[in-house]
Ligand binder design. Structure first.
Ligand code: IMP
Length: 436
């Protein structure tokens, strides 16, 4: 078995899309298992940029993409993305995309509730306003609609009416306009014939992949620090972003998932609200944002930027089961005279080496930094370890040592091959290399 689960090891936007794209080249299937079109995965292939939100990154290379039951699927967003891809010459057909029958649907009413909840919150969470949280609430509340329901118009109308009874009570109580059944029902029924050909038993396809010895990449969205259980709650998304989420969100045994590749930038960013102990305000943060192009792929929001938080990375690696680390965007640090790593915190004056669960405590943390000399020259596009400046090597070695995870890969630019590969993520490829 030689699958790889790719998870974000920070707050998202670590560059998972291009890592998945790189892995996809030598895999058969790419699977999304959590989140929805709140995600933004950017790939640059042959100089062309592709921005994906719902589609598994492998579709750009014609690899089979599976959307698992753990995904919150907005049919309108899906079809719009399929059309955008068609305009770029990538034709997403049922031969290259399969969607789990049991994936939960994101509806216009969820978008409206997401916006209303944010407006009414004393402390907004900074959600992407895509309706993802309210859709998962409905799923857990056992009133949600699923992709398979699109095939039964009469039942769909009943389910939607019951869903609106529930939500309209809250909307009216909050002094907001209730939501009408039409045009939502009509729009869903109109989209159904385009969505249904993609629908199938993803769990069965994954089982067949195992039997056939195919390689599967599980493409996590968001990241450990946005996980509903392990992130900085309540400033999190509403799904399971850790590797374990791949098993329940796609329908495969945990023992078949294979290795877990965590992806982290060599600095840190965060979108939305919530504690960010190593955030760099002023010139350092601005430089990281500009050099790293740190603006939301789908929302355009400027990202908060700061230094790499090793305490967070170490803890995330443990709870998400990260075996190997891909460090991204090394070239963004070119030109910095000094580079900092947050290697510990102080909480009310006492040194600690873990992220406390309480939000109030997280807000009071002060970073403890270790400083490293920057380097002269350019790491952009460097593709071998030996060609890296000594200072860059020392920084990566320090990250590996402090985080306690083996660095398998370093990226040095946006092109897929701007990377230094130190260890093959697929276990069978590594065995083959050792045998040679
Ligand atoms: P939601 O997922 O739209 O409910 O947003 C909840 C939190 O997750 C907010 O802080 C968002 O900014 C964050 N978030 C959701 N998706 C992403 C992503 O793909 N990258 C970075 N942050 C995200």
């Amino acid at each position: 078995m030689s699958n790889v689960v790719v998870v974000g090891a920070q707050w998202g936007d670590e560059g998972k899309g291009r890592i998945v794209d790189w892995l996809a080249e030598s895999a058969n299937i790419v699977v999304r298992y959590n989140g929805g079109h709140n995600a933004g995965h950017t790939l640059v292939v042959d100089g062309r940029t592709y921005k994906l939100a719902l589609l598994p990154s492998g579709v750009v290379r014609g690899k089979l993409g599976l959307i698992g039951n753990g995904v919150a699927l907005d049919p309108e967003a899906l079809l719009a993305e399929i059309d955008r891809m068609a305009a770029l010459g990538i034709h997403v057909t049922p031969e290259v995309l399969q969607i789990a029958e049991t994936a939960t649907l994101v509806l216009p009413v969820h978008r409206a509730i997401d916006a209303a909840q944010e407006r009414l919150r004393a402390q907004p969470l900074g959600t992407t306003l895509r309706g993802i949280g309210p859709a998962y609430e409905d799923k857990i509340g056992r009133r949600g609609l699923r992709v398979c329901d699109l095939a039964d118009p009469a039942r769909l109308a009943q389910q939607l009416a019951a869903l609106l009874d529930h939500h309209n009570a809250w909307l009216r109580g909050s002094g907001l306009e209730p939501f009408a059944l039409e045009p939502m029902l009509g729009d869903l029924l109109a989209m159904a014939p385009r969505v249904l050909p993609f629908v199938g038993r993803v769990w069965e396809r994954l089982d067949a992949a195992h039997t056939a010895g195919e390689r599967v990449v599980f493409e996590g969205s968001q990241a450990v620090m946005l996980d509903v259980d392990w992130g900085s709650y309540p400033y999190v998304t509403s799904s399971s972003t850790v590797a374990a989420g791949a098993a329940s969100g796609a329908g495969i045994a945990p023992s078949r998932l294979g290795r877990v590749l965590g992806v982290s930038k060599v600095y840190a960013t965060r979108v939305g609200e919530g504690p960010f102990t190593s955030e760099a305000h002023g010139a350092t943060g601005d430089t990281l944002r500009q050099r790293g192009g740190e603006y939301g792929v789908n929302t355009g929001r400027p990202r908060r930027c700061g230094w790499l938080d090793i305490v967070q990375l170490r803890q995330s690696s443990k709870v998400a089961g990260i075996d190997l680390l891909a460090l991204t965007k090394l070239d963004v640090l070119d030109g910095f005279e000094s580079i900092s790593l947050c290697v510990g915190y102080t909480l009310d004056g006492a040194r600690i080496d873990y992220l406390p669960a309480s939000e109030a405590e997280q807000q009071r943390l002060e970073p403890v930094y270790e400083h490293f000399p920057g380097w002269r020259g350019n790491t952009r596009g460097v593709r071998s370890w030996d060609a890296l400046p000594r200072e860059a090597q020392a920084l990566i070695e320090a990250i590996q040592r402090e985080a306690g995870v083996t660095v398998a890969m370093i990226t040095t630019g946006p092109e897929r091959d701007d990377a230094i590969v130190l260890r093959a993520p697929f276990a069978d490829a590594e065995r083959a290399a050792i045998a040679r």
